[in-house]
Design a protein around this ligand. Sequence first.
Ligand code: NIG
Ligand code: FE
Length: 411
Amino acid sequence: MSILIKNIKELLQIRDHGILKVEGHDMKTLPTIKNAYLLIEDDTIVDFGKMEDCHNYNPSETIDAKGKIVLPAWCDSHTHIVYAGNREQEFVDRINGLSYEEIANRGGGILNSAEVLQNTSEETLYQQSAKRVEQVMQLGTGALEIKSGYGLSIDAELKMLRVIKRIKKNFPIKIKATFLGAHALPKEYKNDKQGYLDLIINEMLPQIAKENLANYVDVFCEKGYFSLEDTEKILAASKAFHLQPKIHVNQFNAFGGVALAVKYKALSVDHLEELNQEDIDALKGSNTMPVALPSCSYFLSIPYTPGRRIIDAGLPLALATDYNPGSTPSGNMNFVVSTACIKMKLTPEEAINAATINGAYAMGISNVCGSITKGKKANIIITKEVPSYSFLPYAFGENHIEQVIINGLCL
Ligand code: NIG
Ligand code: FE
C-alpha cells in the first residue's frame, strides 16, 4: 500500500534524522518545502521533496493537496484519556464560586473520578476511553501518552493500565503508558500517607513492572497531594523498575519539584504554571522537556505556563492537552496550539514545534514520530485549503483538518 500526496501547498516540519527536539531560538524555525510531495509506503514516510523533483511513482492511492498544508500529526505527551464518567457538576460548582481546591477538599476532584472508575467494569472503561481516542485521532493526534491515576487501588490502577494496553493493541496511534498511582491520597489512606506510599512502592510498582504495563512513572507533586519527600521516595523506587519519571510539578505551587525531577533524569516536567528562576536554572543543561498544558489553564482560569520565558531562556518546550475529566475535558491539540499562540505568545512556528517534535521527545518517541523525516511513521495531517500555516492557530476553534493519516492508514 502506498500513498502519494502531491501539489502540497506547504509541507511542514522537515527534519533530518537525529533531531530529537528543538530548543530556545531554534524553535522559531519551522523547516518547510513549498509546492511539495510526500510518499508513504505502508506505515512509513519514504520520500518527499519539491514537486518538480517528484519521480514517476505508481502509488496505490494519490491525494491532490493543492492549496492545502501537510504536517506531522500532533504528539500529545500528557493525557489522562482513560477515565470513567465525567465531572460536569464540578464545572458548574466552579462557575458558582467554588475553587478546584475547595472541590477536591470536599472529596470531589480526583477522588470523585477514582470512585466512579473503581465501580466501572474494565469493558465499559475501555469503551468510554476508546471513543475519546477515536475523537482525538480525528482531530489530528497521532501519538498519545496515557496515565493511570484514577484507580488509586491495586486492582483499579491495573484495570486502567490494562485498558491502555488494549487501546495500544487496537488502535494505529502510537501509545505510551505512565503509572500515576501517586495522583491523590485515596480516602482509605486519609490519615496514612506512608501506608499508601508503601502500597505504591511495594505492591503496585512490582506488579506493573512484572506485567510490563507502564513505560513511565508520574507523581502529582503538589501541596495537599505529594510532597518533595514523597515524590523522591516514588522516583527512587521506580528507578529499580527502569521507569523514567514524567511528572506533574508546579501546577499551583513552585517548591523545588523541577530540580528533583531533573535529579531523577525525568523525561519531562509538566504543568509549570508557577515557575521561578531556580526551576529554569535546574532545567538548563538537562535532558528534561518542560511541557505546558494551556487548555488546563484555560479551563481552570489559572496562569498560563510562561512559555515565552522558558523558550527565551534557551530551553525547549512541548505542548500537550492534559485531557482529563477535572481540569481539561478536551483532547483537542489544535486548540492547544492556538491557545499557546494567543495566550502564551508563542509564534506559530514555536507552537507547531512544541506540539510535534518536542511532544514526541516528551514521550521518548521522537526517533519515530513528530517530523517529516524519511523512515518515520506516516502520521500526517492534511488541512483544508488555508492561506498559510499561521492561519491554523489564528482562526481558532474551527476545524481546519481535511484528512488524517495514522500509521499509513487514512482515517
Ligand atoms: O493534570 N493535576 C493533576 N491531575 C490532573 C487533573 C486531575 C483531575 O482533576 O481529575 C491535571 O490537571
Ligand atoms: Fe495531568
